[in-house]
Design a protein around this ligand. Sequence first.
Ligand code: PEP
Length: 262
Amino acid sequence: MNPRKKIIAANWKMNLTSSEVQPYLETFLLEVNHIDGVDVILIPSFTSIPKASELLEKNPKVRLGAQNFSAHDKGAFTGEVSARMLRDLFVRYVLVGHSERRQHFGETDQIVHQKLRMAHRSEFRPILCVGETQEERKAGKAKQVLEHQLKTALADSSPEDFANTIIAYEPIWAIGTGCTATAEQASEMHHFIREMIKSLASKEVAAKIRLIYGGSVTPANACELLKSPDIDGALVGGASLDPRAFAEIVKAGCSAAVEVRS
Ligand code: PEP
């Protein structure tokens, strides 16, 4: 029996304003209110977090995440948002090292490491994103790239830190391209990551840690990906902007969880 609960997370990226949160949630919650057995995480932009937080305050079904936060505690960092500020709004999950932050905002492996440490210190559940480019895959270096990203990000992590981390395998060539990894490709990489966690932490942690897949997940491909026992969930970008499409993916996660457990 697989003890790991599936996670379905929506990364809205820089989309949906604060006034669009309520209509979104009304539609989404209506679709999923009978569903149980998956962890649903909503990751809006900073400006939409307060509204989402207010609307979800009494809803244990959907947790809140943030797309980014500062590696610093507080102080003269104009334009930054701290972990404490997010905790105040009931944010419990944070994305760390998303490829768009690495690509467009110069987030190096070192910064990703610092943010992961800050996430752990702040008692967040970080979703650490790792993944290779198309060129790296073609050159046969995908696993090498993942190994480097995981080792630098998770350096000096305690067994508790490991156990608290969710790892999102997000091949860069699949993000926002409509070109999703096959279930076999994703499972192979998840298996590799789990083996790495065995050597970096322990067999017990590796058995518990949740590894989710991200990259052009849609209602059409979610079932196939999620029924793989190696894939513990999905991080969904584009398709999560439509509440009905995101609800379909949550339902796929739920049916897959039942199948994997039985
Ligand atoms: C993402 O941004 O994490 C992502 C997976 O995006 P998309 O689903 O649009 O590929």
